[in-house]
Design a binder for this molecule. Structure first.
Ligand code: URA
Length: 209
């Protein structure tokens, strides 16, 4: 079976499964399934639920502008969320909701097999990097099981804060170098945070799943 058929089967399986938040629509994800870069947000909002497409509200429009600002097109990347149905009143996803959707996202990532995962916001970042802090670790690369995880601010948060907007723009400007493998960031490890100098060129290792 080709990738497209395997993903369609996964989506159908999710639609049948007894997953949380079934009162809202399944927003599986969209884009180029042969992409190098996959963007992963938190959970669909009201517009996304209605249109059954990820990142199509105000945050999505900003994401599109950021993607276009580095000369890419939305159609050339893949966009999805860790939780694939809208939590009521756009509340934060609960840990048990994130865990319930985890096996499906794991399979979705495995099928698409991107080189780089850009996590949008802290929930998505902490899904892959439980110890990471968004203000400290956004714009840095983490190598997990041969894939680069690159955390950035959530576009909706950037719409509320000029500082985050600036940070999001800066991190997007670095994204082409991340994909080329030119940008490998040093990570401040726990001992370094306690006062030692950060170790250069060291990437944090972890497990994707
Ligand atoms: N915020 C998200 O995290 N995901 C969406 O799809 C829309 C808004």
């Amino acid at each position: 079976m080709d990738k497209e058929a395997v993903l369609a089967e996964l989506e159908a399986e999710m639609a049948r499964a007894a997953l949380p938040l079934r009162e809202s629509n399944l927003v599986f994800g969209e884009g180029d399934i042969d992409c190098k870069v996959m963007f992963i947000g938190e959970a669909p909002g009201e517009t996304e639920d209605r249109l059954k497409r990820p990142f199509v509200g105000r945050g999505g429009q900003l994401l599109d502008r950021m993607i276009e600002g580095i000369g890419w097109k939305r159609e050339d990347v893949y966009i999805t969320n860790i939780v694939k149905r809208r939590p009521p009143q756009n509340r934060d996803p609960l840990p048990e909701e994130i865990e319930a959707y985890r096996p499906y996202l794991t399979r979705q990532i495995g099928i698409i097999d991107p080189q780089v995962i850009v996590t949008l916001g802290r929930f998505s970042m902490n899904y892959f990097l439980p110890e990471a802090k968004i203000s400290r670790d956004r714009g840095r690369t983490f190598n997990i099981d041969g894939r680069i995880i690159y955390p950035v601010f959530h576009p909706a948060a950037a719409l509320r804060s000029p500082d985050m907007m600036k940070g999001l723009q800066e991190d997007f400007q670095k994204l082409p170098s991340v994909v080329n493998g030119e940008l490998v960031t040093s990570i401040v490890l726990p001992d370094a945070r306690a006062g030692e100098k950060p170790k250069p060129k060291k990437t944090q290792q972890g497990s994707l799943f």
